[in-house]
Design a protein around this ligand. Structure first.
Ligand SMILES: [Zn+2]
Ligand SMILES: [Zn+2]
Length: 90
């Protein structure tokens, strides 16, 4: 069974230099910073990994959450789950 939570840890990675620079999944720009974050199989500028609801920067969070390709902070993730659970009620 897949676990219900979409929790993941963002990894800080030293970026690859020059021509093989990754593209940021947040802003689409080239990552030329010294470090970038790796989360949900995508690369992000440190400043671009944000909760899609409240725009909290998740760079310093120990966990963040993903659902359907969107990134959430813990609070918004659980708020969303609660909302969906209540919608599912008959
Ligand atoms: Zn970016
Ligand atoms: Zn949030």
């Amino acid at each position: 069974h897949p676990r219900p939570g979409g929790s993941f840890l963002p990894y800080t990675m030293p970026s690859i230099s020059s021509d093989r620079a990754a593209l940021c999944a947040g802003c689409g720009g080239k990552i030329s910073d010294r470090y970038y974050l790796l989360a949900v199989d995508k690369q992000w500028h440190m400043r671009c990994l944000k909760c899609c609801e409240c725009k909290l920067n998740l760079e310093s969070e120990l966990t963040c959450f993903s659902k359907d390709g969107s990134i959430y902070c813990k609070e918004d993730y659980y708020r969303r789950e609660l909302r969906l659970a209540s919608i599912k009620e008959p």
